[in-house]
Design a protein around this ligand. Structure first.
Ligand SMILES: [Zn+2]
Ligand SMILES: [Zn+2]
Length: 407
């Protein structure tokens, strides 16, 4: 049976994160991990892994197309050329990453990586499919030079795995390695919101590019992490799209085409700070409750746990299950992630989302398993829910948020 062993990245990720959590507790650094921030970070990573299921094949096809039609040189794998490819990818990464900070259009997708005010292994999961798309455009220079797609995808695995290990506060400086590699210390600076650390240390594996192009700064004191203007929202969708909306708003309210283009391709500081507040008022609902107990925490853990398990199984058995089932599971997972973000923000409308999720599950059960007892059960449940809507809503909110929802 053909299995996709990349699925094991999930348990390995969880294992290392648990280890880091344990080390942090031992070092008595309780503030290294915050429950809600970790859940949000992992949620974003789950969505990206999920999107990978559908995009990796397309990316490979894209590299192959460029390689067959436009390759400048006919490159055959050899030790020297593997080394050359490694240097090329790291160099391309540096410029991809630097421009992602310097051009608003690219920042609108990279910003998601920088929203967390924690800095631990869960932050490394903050990659989105939109970031992956932008990166593919940059990587396409590699098959154009002539590197075969198989070589590129192998080397990109290293570029995917290495950054995980540099997202930690538990590891100090690493001696001589600090001169060559991007270390946790260097990357802490990159995630800082302190003025003198801003827009520094863009490297992925090698720190030499930052030293050559003048963007290197050494970590002197412990940074503050996150955006210069913190997001203060756990909403899954808001985190993904807030800056795109801010950018669109600014462009719309700017006079003249030349100025509009300047906003899109200029630095993110050209987007005024007040725009976010304006959009928050429009898009973020303010109806929330103050939850007390830990019941909702358990509820979220249970949800994220089952999502991680489903994701692991879907990736592992990717070649055995049909595309329609993959899409069904993907849809349910995304709804669950939106749901978890809303629960963390203690939104009362989360009940309606649960209702949507149930309807989607029933629909896919019908499509996949046919008109079996699941459908009868599902429909019955839906009818009951409609009849006792208000009662169910109250009970549900009471169940996850505790006594905070009294009326
Ligand atoms: Zn960055
Ligand atoms: Zn990072």
């Amino acid at each position: 049976m053909k299995l996709n062993y990349l699925a094991f990245a999930i348990p390995i990720f969880l294992l290392f994160t648990a280890l880091e959590y344990w080390v942090a507790r031992k070092q008595q650094k309780e503030d290294y991990f915050h429950f809600d921030r970790s859940i949000v970070n992992i949620s974003i990573g789950i969505a990206e892994r999920l999107a990978d299921l559908f995009t990796v094949g397309i990316f490979y096809y894209f590299y192959t197309y460029i390689h067959t039609h436009f390759a400048l040189f006919d490159i055959k794998p050899s030790i020297l050329l593997w080394l050359a490819l490694f240097l090329c990818t790291d160099f391309v990464w540096y410029w991809y990453h630097r421009l992602a900070h310097e051009i608003s259009l690219l920042w609108s997708v990279h910003v998601v990586h920088h929203q967390s005010e924690d800095f631990n292994y869960t932050v490394s999961a903050r990659i989105t499919v939109f970031q992956a798309l932008v990166r593919v455009v940059f990587w396409s220079v590699l098959p154009w030079i002539g590197f075969p797609p198989e070589m590129i995808t192998s080397i990109l695995l290293i570029h995917g795995a290495y950054p995980f290990f540099i997202h930690t506060r538990t590891i100090g400086k690493l001696g001589i390695l600090e001169y060559i590699l991007v270390t946790p210390s260097h990357h802490r600076v990159h995630h800082a919101s302190d003025e003198h650390y801003l827009d520094k240390n863009y490297g992925d594996v090698l720190i030499i590019w930052d030293k050559i192009f003048g963007t290197f700064v050494e970590e002197k004191e412990e940074p503050h992490y996150g955006l210069t203007k913190p997001l203060n929202s756990h909403s899954f969708l808001w985190q993904h799209f807030h800056f795109i909306l801010e950018l669109m708003y600014t462009v719309k309210h700017t006079q003249g085409w030349g100025n509009k283009i300047k906003i899109i391709f200029g630095g993110p500081d050209l987007v005024p700070e007040y725009v976010r507040e304006k959009l928050e008022q429009r898009f973020l609902f303010n109806k929330s409750v103050n939850a007390s107990g830990i019941r909702f925490k358990n509820y979220v853990i249970w949800q994220i746990g089952s999502v991680l398990l489903s994701l692991f199984l879907v990736i592992l058995f990717e070649h055995q299950i049909s595309l329609s089932l993959q899409i069904g599971v993907a849809l349910l997972i995304v709804l669950t992630l939106i749901n978890c973000g809303a629960i963390l923000e203690q939104r009362t409308w989360v009940f309606y989302l649960e209702y949507t999720r149930l309807a989607t599950a029933t629909l896919f059960a019908y499509i996949y398993f046919g008109p079996t007892s699941i459908v009868v059960f599902g429909s019955l449940f839906v009818v009951t829910l409609i009849c006792f809507f208000t009662w169910f809503e109250k009970q549900y909110l009471r169940l996850i948020y505790g006594s905070a929802v009294a009326s």
